[in-house]
Design a protein around this ligand. Structure first.
Ligand SMILES: [Zn+2]
Length: 405
């Protein structure tokens, strides 16, 4: 069979296209890996009446390679993250931790990336060094490249020195550091110390910020710096998180999961937690996972479905609720389809024709009990084995059932 190719593209018809600013009922035209301004004359049409289409989500903070490492058993809130890191040192000797860390790093990175993709996240800021696996064909998500980073001001055992790294980072590229991850005096003093080092500027991206006081928040906004908020991790580790409202109103806040060592299962669960704790409304959250991280992390073409944007998208049922509110309340098994670079990656089985038109072979899986089709290129058994809730449907003891292609 001769397949359509990614360059052929699709016209997605009948759906509402949702962005933080507006919802429009328009034909969404995909050409290759990008959104096009005009429909093609011969592009296949995918009927998405009764659906909403969102931009692929951006997770502004993760450590992709440690998502299958057993977390530290909770021992009460820590005053700051350095106490947690000290406590974790003994945890490395646990056999399950050692076994998880002994797996090939490429497998661990792909697992962290697949965790994100299954929840509609197509682009991730990985707060660790770049790895060649990110550029390999079939890596499940796009990973932020060309940024400067340091681990944390009070932890010199890993990562570049803050000041040297900041000075080496071009001002038009983001410079990212864990900061004020705590509620104690150490955490509360970190923003002033960072500023005294000369490292607080418009490209500074501060992860966590739990210890930021009102004056610190004002200083972050005044400098046009930004904060990546990881509330589930903060509540688990510290028993508290920052008040996100002023930073959100100023457009200087993005949402991240952190890794599962401390954080939520995925970005959808992170958003649902925010809604349940009444920290921000569902309608405010979409911006924090689309346009805000694209702006803060300097990734034009992400977090949007405007013409020229990356054709990464999430399709959900239109339940008739307020626009923009549907996605932040959903679980990953409820997503109808996740598309990356113009090609379907995971979708409900009734959308099989989309995979076939795109020439994407699939395997049948269940995701939290719901049947799904997963692009075969993403169905590495070693990676699937690491993801709770994701199971390949096997025809016999040794082979995966190929359902299309
Ligand atoms: Zn982190």
């Amino acid at each position: 069979m001769e397949h359509a190719t990614a360059t052929t593209g699709f016209d997605l018809c009948g759906a509402s296209v949702v962005s933080p600013a507006r919802t429009t009922r328009t034909r969404l035209c995909i050409r290759g890996a990008h959104v096009a301004a005009f429909p093609g004359t011969r592009a296949p049409r995918i009927d998405l009446h009764g659906h909403q289409v969102f931009p692929g989500l951006v997770n502004a903070h993760d450590h992709l390679h440690v998502n299958a490492v057993p977390p530290l058993p909770q021992r009460g809130p820590f005053g700051n993250s350095y106490q947690w890191m000290e406590a974790f040192k003994a945890h490395f000797a646990e056999p399950a931790v050692a076994a998880a860390l002994a797996l090939p790093v490429e497998v661990r990175l792909r697992h962290g990336a697949l965790k994100n993709l299954l929840a509609g996240t197509t682009c991730v800021a990985h707060h660790d060094p770049w790895h060649g696996a990110f550029a390999a064909p079939g890596f499940p998500v796009a990973v932020l490249r060309d940024f400067g980073w340091s681990y944390a001001p009070g932890w010199n055992e890993y990562g570049p020195d803050p000041r040297r790294s900041f000075l080496a980072t071009p001002p038009d590229r983001p410079w990212i550091i864990h900061l004020a991850e705590g509620t104690d005096e150490v955490a509360r003093g970190e923003l002033s110390a960072l500023d005294a080092l000369g490292c607080l500027a418009a490209n500074s991206v501060l992860v966590h910020g739990v210890g930021l006081g009102p004056g610190d928040v004002a200083r972050v906004i005044e400098r046009d710096a930004a904060v990546v908020w990881c509330p589930a991790s903060n509540h688990a580790l510290l028993g508290a998180t920052l008040d996100p409202r002023r930073l959100h109103e100023a457009g200087r806040l993005a949402l991240g999961t952190d890794s599962r060592l401390t954080g939520s299962r995925d970005l959808l669960d992170e958003m649902r937690g925010v809604i349940l704790r009444d920290e921000l409304a569902a309608g405010q959250l979409l911006e924090l996972v689309t346009t805000a991280p694209a702006r803060i992390l300097r990734m034009p073409g992400r977090g949007s479905l405007d013409a020229g944007a990356q054709a990464d998208l999430v399709v959900v049922r239109d339940t008739g609720g307020a626009a923009g509110h549907a996605l932040p309340g959903l679980r990953r098994s409820e997503l109808r389809a996740v598309v990356r670079n113009g090609l379907p990656c995971i979708a409900d089985p009734d959308l099989a024709a989309w995979f076939q038109l795109a020439g994407v072979d699939t395997v049948a899986v269940t995701l939290d009990g719901a049947p799904k089709l997963l692009a075969a290129s993403l169905a590495d058994p070693a990676v699937i084995a690491l993801e709770p809730g994701l199971e390949a449907i096997v025809e016999d003891a040794s082979t995966l059932r190929t359902v299309a292609g």
